[in-house]
Design a protein around this ligand. Structure first.
Ligand code: BES
Ligand code: MN
Ligand code: ZN
Length: 505
């Protein structure tokens, strides 16, 4: 999507469609008292012609002002635009860049399904211009993605060109920089979503490795893809214990970003779970819903997409991306409950449930990242069903062994417009992963399942500052929303990139 910043007045801009946000300025306290209180709707623009052409519609009582409500006018009088789309954003007081991202996504989805290829969006006045530009460009990219790849009747409608109108005394060059950075992030998020969307027969560990290599060549990253021999040579017994049951070879993907002039420390490690299909192994999953386990490589795909964005944005900090990719299959070669495995770190693991495989591959991934010199670690994984029980679909689970890391990541979340919720890692939970025969078990049972999984990973992060993101409930949209299609969401990528940038000064 080509993005352009324009300082033109909205009325003067020639475009297929001008999109303006409508906000409700009614006092929320009044609304509390009187449910029938009328909304006070205003187009968020000082353009007189735009105000005038919208006035009758907004006064008619036909517009509720509820978020994502859409009203489309053709040949709006006094505007050079062919159409005017009034997009409601809800109460003015609550409208933030988080909502603006969604509004931009909703505009894209609504207009592309009408066959439009380009439009112009008026940046709302209440949000700093650079922040608004970023939100609009990122949100528009999110909205532009559809997951129906393999439908013969796929329309593949896309918006190709977006103009953002900003007013006031603004620094156009700074806004253009914000737009191009946001475009890199939006495209990288959709690159991740492309990878996640592929079914397991078309996204094996080998193919995932090839995609990472190809991307790395394009953006100038170093990328190594290792196979079973290297995994065994490194003594990655936890990773291999999952991979051993599958005919499909595993892949250990290592992407390195080392910009000239970056300090020797910190070295950031981004470690992703790349289970291209999770049957559960011998502790096999029920058939119902098993098809969804093609997205069990979302954490890995997120790290590959994040490395793409980082390579293009060029922050001055070293970053290593590691993806542990394998299937989790039952077979005559598969590991069995009760087996004991020795992880790369030397810790022994009693396998209670072969379906708790994500933590096994990550255990070796995290330890390997530390061996490669990483001073700070973040992992992302569709790790547990329990995190969905705890937090539903709105927040990803966030775990941290270091408060400063958490604070830093929390700021990144805010800037990136993503929602995650910190969960505990108290020593009390360590009881749950004790084993009678080995150092730890790989499944701590049902209660606090997401925490038990994180406690397991903590054993391998040890004293390295580390954040774990459990994205099982947020990596896949179960239904479409006005701003996003059903399917892979690309969650965490934007926050990860923002987090990495925060180390570059
Ligand atoms: N990949 C699953 C977790 C998952 C569940 C991801 C739902 C996306 C949606 C993971 O490997 C798994 O099977 N976890 C088990 C752990 C249990 C056996 C301790 C779970 O959550 O049931
Ligand atoms: Mn599993
Ligand atoms: Zn899994």
């Amino acid at each position: 999507m080509k993005t352009t910043i324009s300082l033109s007045t909205p009325a003067e801009l020639e475009t297929e469609c001008l999109v303006a946000v409508v906000l409700d300025h009614a006092d929320p306290a009044q609304k509390e008292k009187n449910k029938d209180a009328k909304p006070q709707l205003q187009v968020d623009s000082s353009d007189a012609a735009l105000q005038s052409v919208s006035a009758d519609l907004l006064a008619s009582g036909e517009v509720t002002g509820k978020p994502f409500e859409i009203n489309l006018l053709h040949k709006p009088a006094g505007l050079k635009a062919k159409r005017l789309l009034l997009l409601s954003g809800g109460p003015a007081k609550k409208f933030t860049s988080y909502d603006l991202r969604h509004a931009a996504g909703a505009a894209v989805r609504s207009l592309k399904s009408r066959g439009l290829r380009s439009f112009a969006f008026i940046a709302p006045s209440g949000i700093p211009a650079d922040e608004a530009v970023r939100a609009i460009v990122e949100g528009a990219h999110v909205g532009n993605f559809d997951s129906d790849y393999y439908r013969s009747d796929r329309k593949d409608q896309k918006i190709d060109a977006l103009t953002i109108l900003t007013s006031g005394n603004t620094d156009k060059a700074a806004l253009e920089k914000a737009a191009s950075e946001a475009q890199i992030i939006g495209e990288s998020q959709n690159f991740t979503r492309d990878l996640v969307n592929e079914p397991s027969n078309r996204m094996t560990p080998t193919i995932l490795g090839e995609r990472a290599k190809k991307m790395s060549q394009e953006v100038g990253l170093k990328c190594e893809v290792y196979g079973a021999d290297k995994i065994k040579e490194l003594k990655m017994g936890a990773f291999w214990s999952v991979a051993q049951g599958s005919d499909e070879p595993p892949a250990l993907i290592v992407m390195t970003y080392e910009p000239a002039g970056a300090p020797a420390k910190p070295v950031l490690g981004l470690v992703g779970k790349g289970i291209t299909f999770d049957t559960g192994g011998i502790s096999i999953k029920p058939a119902d819903g098993m098809e969804k386990m093609k997205y069990d490589m979302a954490g890995g795909a997120t790290m590959i997409g994040a490395m793409r964005a980082i390579a293009l944005l060029k922050p001055k900090v070293k970053v290593i991306g590691i993806v542990c990719a394998t299937e989790n299959m039952p077979s005559g070669k598969a590991q069995k409950p009760g087996d004991v495995q020795i992880a790369m770190s030397g810790k022994s693991i009693e396998i209670i449930n072969t379906d708790a495989e994500g933590r096994l591959v990550l255990a070796d991934g995290l330890y390997y990242a530390r061996q490669l010199g990483c001073t700070h670690l973040v992992d992302a994984a569709t790790l547990t069903g329990a995190v969905v029980v705890a937090l539903g679909y709105a927040n990803a689970g966030l775990f941290a062994n270091d408060d400063a890391m958490y604070e830093r990541f929390n700021k990144a979340l805010d800037k990136a417009g993503e929602k995650m919720w910190r969960m505990p890692l108290d020593d009390e939970y360590k009881e749950n992963i004790k084993s009678g025969i080995a150092d730890i078990v790989n499944s701590g049972g049902r209660w606090g399942g997401a925490i038990n999984a994180a406690m397991f990973l903590k054993e391998f992060a040890e004293d390295t500052p580390w954040i774990h993101l459990d994205i099982a409930g947020t990596a896949w949209m179960e239904e479409q929303k006005p701003w996003i299609a059903k399917g892979p969401s690309g969650i965490a990528l934007r926050s990860l990139v923002e987090f990495v940038k925060s180390f570059a000064g």
